[in-house]
Ligand binder design. Structure first.
Ligand code: ZN
Length: 400
């Protein structure tokens, strides 16, 4: 048990407190990183005219981390040059009203699609650069690609407002501009026994789906639930391919835990020998994360979190292509393994339907209880659930 505590403590430091500790060095990091990349932009500025299929992945665009305006401008050219293959449209706005766009890659009328989003956490720049590089590689038409079997829905930059803050003085900004952790704002039936305060790095917001960003994505995903057959959330920088759950140590059940283990081991191996397949709760308990929401809401379909390899949220631009290729390779395995995974999913959902039919036949069954999707109050902490994980989360209050 003590080994487990140690492991979690270490990981917590690694992923949450690293950023917190770094806030002390933030002014330096801001200069060293946003300014280094702005300088990089001046010597890698003329890439748009040379963009062409087959050369996207090697474009000078990928020589620097890019602002959200540059990400948009680059993707717009890809959309223009690949009409009918990739489309880009707005899902919602952010808290501050920025457009919140979703490129959709289709190589035909695939009945099944895979969903990937990046940058719920603003400081994790490599998540966005990797998603954009993956789109580039796919359009370069190197075979095989995940689009051989699936349409892809990729949101490369969820937390646009927070990302802008990281480019203008707050390089270690994690939350949204509304100061909500967008990876704690998703519905979970398991309440955080110690709800973090608004000043916390992991503040989940006043209610589930209180934020425009999560609400917009949720509505899109609910509307397209029939065709989306897998979910990936990209983060940095623990080099892990994480399976559910994050908010409980209970298994997912229905034969899915074994499926996750098989699939994630293959994904990790394809990405590089640095990546390890893990269970999300092994890092620390996470309440209200996207992965946990999707695995329950879209029961039976794979929902994973990938933590990119790295040593900090600030990384040299020379890592962009390496990380991008890792995501491409991981996504390829995710696509290749999807049918196998869903084989179980079908059995699982048959079992679920059977269970629901049985339940519906019971007296009083018409009073179906379903949690409201919006404005659902966070459940207050239950004193008996206070345990060691809370003390780990309390470390967060040291954050200045
Ligand atoms: Zn993250």
């Amino acid at each position: 048990a003590s080994a487990r505590v140690l492991q979690m403590t270490f990981s917590f430091f690694e992923v949450v407190l690293t950023g917190a500790n770094k806030t002390i060095e933030q002014p330096k990091a801001t200069l060293d990183d946003a300014d280094v990349n702005r300088k990089c932009h001046t010597v890698n500025s003329d890439y748009l005219p040379s963009l062409a299929p087959g050369a996207y992945g090697s474009s000078a665009y990928h020589n620097c981390f890019r602002t959200d305006a540059q990400v948009d401008e680059y993707l717009d050219v890809l959309v223009k040059q690949n009409a009918g293959v990739i489309t880009k449209f707005q899902i919602s706005t952010t808290h501050k009203g920025a457009l919140h766009c979703k490129p959709f890659i289709s190589t035909g009328a695939r009945p099944s699609s895979l969903y990937l989003h990046a940058l719920l956490h603003a400081r994790e720049w490599v998540a966005t650069s990797s998603a954009v590089h993956t789109i580039s590689t796919i359009l370069d038409n190197i075979k095989p690609t995940p689009t051989d079997t699936h349409d892809l829905i990729i949101v490369p930059l969820v937390n646009v407002d927070g990302y802008r803050m990281t480019w203008s003085g707050a390089r270690y900004q994690r939350k949204s501009a509304n100061e909500v952790d967008l990876n704690r704002n998703w519905y979970t039936p398991i309440a955080n026994p110690k709800p973090p305060s608004p000043s916390s790095l992991i503040y989940p917001g006043p209610t589930y789906f209180s934020e425009k960003e999560t609400m917009g994505l949720r509505d899109y995903l609910l509307k397209n639930r029939a065709s989306i057959d897998g979910y990936i959330d990209l983060h940095a920088f623990a080099a892990e391919v994480m399976a559910p759950f994050g908010d409980t140590k209970e298994p997912v059940g229905g034969g899915l835990d074994e499926k996750y283990k098989t699939m994630n081991t293959k994904i990790a191996k394809a990405m590089s020998n640095k990546y390890k397949p893990t269970l999300s709760h092994q890092m620390y308990l996470v309440y209200g994360s996207f992965m946990n929401y999707a695995v329950r809401e879209f029961a039976g379909k794979p929902s994973i979190t990938i933590e990119m390899d790295g040593t900090d949220f600030v990384e040299p631009a020379s890592s962009i292509i390496t990380r991008g290729k890792e995501v491409y390779d991981g996504l390829s395995v995710f696509a290749a393994e999807n049918a196998e995974f869903l084989g179980h999913a079908k059995e699982h959902s048959r079992a679920l339907r059977h269970g629901r039919r049985l339940a519906a036949a019971l007296p009083g069954a018409s009073r179906r209880v379903r949690p409201p999707r919006e404005g659902l109050a966070m459940v207050p902490p239950h004193p008996r659930r206070l345990g060691r994980h809370i003390s780990l989360l309390l470390l967060d209050h040291r954050v200045p």
